[in-house]
Design a protein around this ligand. Structure first.
Ligand code: TYD
Length: 404
């Protein structure tokens, strides 16, 4: 299936398919099984601009809506991370007269609430009404809209130019990145900075963390692809910060072209990406083979455990787990239930695989023999809490293994 690159319109073709896939956060009731929506989850690499992308993505309204079940504040480590981000943004704002901070995809206000408390003029843009309502309650100015060029122009007219535009785990969700970048160019003050962070392609390839590929992640960025995509709109990559969040992310800092000297990190990471072969089609063929080996390894481990009568429970009904459960053909006879702290997910079933999602208390009350770590990006936080768990953990990133 040949399609056009979402950024540069060069012809692209998927290098693999994860098969028919439901909406990753589409937790559902048994009465909804018959109408469940599926699409072909197939990533492609563009040789023209280096962008890794999905060839098909469900309509945004299927993914981000009034009952989007993701609240960024629920993880203690992530809350601390965003408090740190807010501190950095305050420093950047320090030199500006009446600074104005815009966050694209501000979720429940996990970051902006710190700027609101400090009296900094801000605007959160969050299309999912339920999480936006939580942000407003926390004193964060929030509008429920999708950010694009037209909307950016309206914000610029109403509020003036932005000193900082920030986004976390959002930019890679937006299929019309060209419209977003054009909007940012319009809204960003002449000396303003755009900072965004997303799961990093280099980490995904190095760890075979194929579960970063799901409907919301229409792009998996690299420094190479970000530099190229934003240069088309007069924005220049001026700094890069590797982050441990979401299993390996990158923060990209951009400014209007020619306004700031790029840091040494930019040249260094671009060079590392070239050495790692992120621009070569062969790299994605090897990635596909590594995904298949991971899938086969996880399935045979779970089948062996079932054969031996052992109980396996999933830990964390992550979006990522939807790709794993569906690609690996997991079902409730292999994974009894998934324990998760998010009230909106509890009592429902996982998308596609229909594994029941239950409160953490059910895990704690009757520990299984094995916990399958679907929330592997939170392993440190989870291990700190689960010191009572005497069973063993199953990891599949960076390889399938059982650990004490
Ligand atoms: P998240 O890290 O956002 O991953 P994704 O982007 O793939 O959805 O999701 C973490 C999920 O794990 C979320 O549903 C909450 C759950 N969770 C727990 O149940 N217990 C925990 O201790 C942590 C940290 C997360």
């Amino acid at each position: 299936m040949t399609t056009a690159c979402r950024i540069c319109e060069a012809p692209i073709e998927p290098f693999m398919s994860f098969g028919p896939m439901p909406v990753a956060n589409g937790f559902l009731g048994a009465d909804q099984f018959a109408d469940e929506y599926f699409f072909e989850l197939a990533p492609a690499f563009c040789g023209g601009c280096g962008m890794l992308q999905l060839v098909e993505q469900p309509d945004a309204r299927r993914m981000f809506h009034g009952s989007y079940p993701f609240y960024a504040s629920l993880s203690r480590h992530m809350s601390a991370h965003f408090e740190g981000v807010a501190g950095e943004i305050r420093e950047i704002c320090g030199g500006a007269d009446d600074p104005f901070v815009v966050e694209i995809g501000s979720n429940d206000g996990v970051m902006l609430r710190h700027l609101a408390a400090a009296g900094i003029r801000h605007l959160g843009i969050e299309p999912s009404e339920n999480v936006a309502a939580v942000a407003r309650e926390a004193g964060v100015e929030t509008v429920s809209e999708f950010f694009d060029e037209d909307f950016a122009a309206r914000v610029a007219d109403e509020h003036g130019p932005a000193t900082v535009i920030s986004a976390a785990n959002v930019m890679c969700h937006i299929p019309d990145l060209n419209s977003v970048a054009a909007g940012i160019r319009r809204l960003l003050a002449p000396d303003g900075v755009l900072r965004f962070e997303d799961p990093y392609l280099g980490a995904m390839i190095a760890k075979t963390s194929y579960d970063q590929i799901y409907d919301e992640h229409v792009f998996i960025f690299s420094a190479t692809s970000v530099a190229s995509a934003f240069a088309r709109h007069g924005l220049e990559l001026i700094d890069l910060t590797p982050l441990a969040t979401h299993g390996g992310s990158m923060r990209y800092t951009l400014a209007h072209a020619g306004r700031a000297q790029p840091s040494a990190a930019v040249a260094r990471v671009l060079e590392e990406e070239s050495r790692a072969g992120l621009g070569r089609a062969a790299t994605y063929d090897s990635f596909r083979a590594a995904c298949e080996a991971s899938r086969d390894g996880l399935r045979s481990l779970l089948e062996e455990l079932r054969g031996a009568g052992r109980r396996v429970v999933g830990y964390g009904a992550t979006s990522k787990s939807t790709t794993v459960a569906n690609y690996c053909g997991l079902s409730p006879d292999l994974v009894e239930f998934i324990a998760d702290t998010t009230p909106d997910k509890q009592g429902k079933f996982s998308p596609g695989a229909h594994i029941p999602v239950r409160p953490h208390a059910d895990f704690a009350a009757d520990h299984p023999d094995f916990a399958l770590l679907f929330a592997w990006n939170h392993e440190a936080e989870i291990r700190e809490k689960e010191t009572d768990f005497a069973g063993r953990w199953i990891r599949y990133v960076p390889r399938v293994e059982v650990v004490a």
